[in-house]
Design a protein around this ligand. Structure first.
Ligand code: TYM
Length: 374
């Protein structure tokens, strides 16, 4: 998976130009077809922007979950976060989509905060830091409107007693040779990291453990998390569980030239706790599909397909399809220039974040209500 010179996509590293069709082939996932979207539409009514605009592009067994659902069998949702710092706008994408699925299908969500993962993987982080970020990042999740009645946050280090028996069952059935092939582990990899995938598998089955109801889980996440599910799906039937299903999204890009939004490049990354002036500065420095001078752009037009600003409108900040099409037309015709788009995006991102930050503040009293062990 990581041998490809140009493109590396692992749960811990995304590098190079990401070719999503190639990933579908390499990972052995299925594309989300028009036909599948039609089926989904029957269940949910209006398709979410992230489906209409193909941000979610790939899946494993989404069709099977729908088959079961149509026969009256429920499923649960599972997603998560590795709390190594503040949350950025890219992380919100799968969580916003998860909320949409939860509202439409009225399902439980199990959300894993992997303070243990980030401790074993990140050289410089202490346990106190990852557990602190886990709590802090939960505020972002809660701010998106999730409710305690059907949302259960697992804080790995705090809740390890709940997870440990299933983690052992999983770990016993995965050889080191499989783990090396799937994750690229080396002799120098610490053994905490090598054991870690067993723990990320557990929430796929936690609903069955807690309720006795053996239903599949559906996992919305970016495609980088897929290797976990490949091994989990292999062993699920051996443990008497349903195979977990997935819907995969693309990466929201950073504001620089190429690459996903990633906290390792903070200047090109919009964090949910950024101030309006920081947001403005970052967007103003963004890589666009514009020409070197305004005069040239007016004459020749811009290239939205290269533009990071456009992708923020496409995936998050322009809900209206006609307005989006208009934006593209105006850009290509040179009627709008990059400064215009940057100003609109700055205004929208700032408005969204100020609201989000208020909700985060309010969430501070509520985190315990979401504990899986309450
Ligand atoms: P983490 O913290 O790296 O990422 C959290 C979620 O955000 C997705 N993501 C992105 N999505 C769109 N655009 C981006 N630029 C972008 N960057 C990250 C990730 O795919 C992920 O869905 N090990 C996990 C935590 C975890 C988890 C899970 C994630 C535990 N169980 C189940 C998803 C599903 C991690 O470190 O995620």
């Amino acid at each position: 998976m990581s041998n490809d010179e140009e493109m590396v996509v692992t749960p811990w590293e995304v590098r190079g130009e990401v070719d999503y069709d190639k990933l579908i082939r390499q990972f052995g996932t299925q594309p989300i077809t028009d036909q599948l979207l039609k089926r989904l539409k029957k269940q949910v009514g209006k398709l979410h922007l992230q489906l209409r605009r193909r941000l979610f592009f790939s899946h494993r067994d989404l069709d099977t979950v729908l088959d079961l659902y149509e026969k009256g069998k429920r499923f649960v949702l599972y997603t998560g976060r590795g709390p190594s710092g503040p949350v950025h706008v890219g992380h919100l994408v799968p969580w916003i989509f998860t909320k949409y699925l939860q509202d439409k299908f009225k399902t439980n969500l199990y959300f894993q905060m992997t303070d243990d993962e980030k401790f074993v993987i990140e050289q410089d982080l202490r346990i106190e830091e990852t557990t602190k970020y886990a709590y802090d990042n939960a505020l972002d999740l809660i701010a998106l409107g999730f409710q305690p009645r059907n949302t259960y946050i697992i804080f790995d280090i705090k809740d390890i007693a709940l997870l440990y028996d299933i983690a052992l069952e999983v770990a016993k059935r995965i050889t080191f040779s499989t783990a090396k092939a799937v994750f690229g582990f080396q002799d120098s990899t610490n053994i905490g990291w090598i054991f870690w995938p067993a723990i990320q598998a557990v929430p796929c089955f936690i609903h069955a453990k807690l309720t006795g109801e053996n239903v599949p889980s559906l996992i919305p996440a970016a495609i980088d998390q897929d290797p976990y599910w490949r091994i989990t799906r292999d062993i699920a039937p051996k443990l008497g569980y349903q195979k977990p299903a997935q819907v995969h999204c693309r990466f929201v890009p950073g504001l620089g030239k190429g690459g996903k939004m990633s906290a390792s490049e903070p200047e090109t990354c919009i964090f949910t706790v950024d101030s309006p002036s920081t947001v403005k500065k970052k967007i103003w420095n963004a890589f666009t599909g514009g020409k070197p001078t305004v005069e040239e752009q007016r004459r020749l037009g811009g290239e939205p397909e290269l533009c990071t600003i456009y992708q923020y409108f496409l995936y998050l900040f322009e809900q209206n399809d006609e307005k989006l099409a208009d934006l593209v037309r105006q850009c290509k015709a040179g009627e709008t220039v990059c400064g215009d788009c940057k100003a609109i995006l700055t205004e929208r991102v700032t408005k969204f974040l100020l609201e989000h930050q208020k909700k985060r503040e309010k969430a501070k009293d509520k985190v315990e209500e979401f504990y899986i062990m309450r």
